[in-house]
Design a protein around this ligand. Structure first.
Ligand SMILES: [Mg+2]
Length: 185
């Protein structure tokens, strides 16, 4: 049984983006900064996570670029603004990994663990067995498990998911509740 008492500053936090950091748009993609809306307290929560984890990594599937729904420039522009807003509140994201591929066999497309392995290569101090993956889809949970991480499911977009589930170690309603629980541990 996994609980927060095992977490110390040698751990890394992996976050999915849409449905975790910001509101997902039903049936479509967040195509530009105007459509990107943070969940309440996200920036403050990221600052708090920075105090508890050695690294904070974002790993997001963004096949909307490959499908021509948005450009790579749009995606990078969103991330520039997102990072600026987080840094203005004193928070830090160490690296954003995004997968543009739509093919399920692509190594980078979650639930495949390519982005986690890339992060572990880029940051040798990251230990995937001492990492948490937080997401709102089962592909995020599969990604975490395929990389050897602990997984936390946020029920933001699937409030009725049948839980518990073998791929899910812990679950919360949203990132705010995860931060509150971690503060109490
Ligand atoms: Mg998501």
């Amino acid at each position: 049984m996994f609980d927060f008492s095992q977490i110390d500053k040698t751990w890394t936090l992996f976050l999915d983006r849409d449905g975790v950091v910001n509101y997902e748009l039903p049936g479509t993609y967040v195509r530009n900064w105007n459509e990107f809306i943070f969940y309440p307290h996200t920036q403050e929560n990221i600052q708090f996570f920075n105090s508890r984890f050695q690294r904070l990594i974002l790993a997001t599937n963004q096949r909307g670029v490959t499908r021509g729904i948005m450009s790579l420039e749009d995606l990078e522009d969103i991330h520039v603004h997102m990072i600026k807003s987080i840094e203005e509140k004193g928070g830090r994201i160490d690296r954003i990994y995004y997968c543009l591929d739509g093919d399920p066999s692509s190594p980078c497309r979650k639930p495949n663990p390519g982005m986690a392995h890339q992060a572990a290569r880029d940051f040798p101090e990251i230990q995937l067995t001492k990492s948490l993956m937080v997401g709102n889809n089962m592909s995020d949970m599969g990604f975490g498990k395929n990389a050897g991480m602990k997984t936390i499911f946020l029920k933001t977009t699937s409030p009725d998911l049948n839980l518990p589930h073998p791929d899910i170690d812990l679950y919360f309603n949203n990132l705010d509740e995860l931060a509150e629980a971690l503060k109490k541990s």
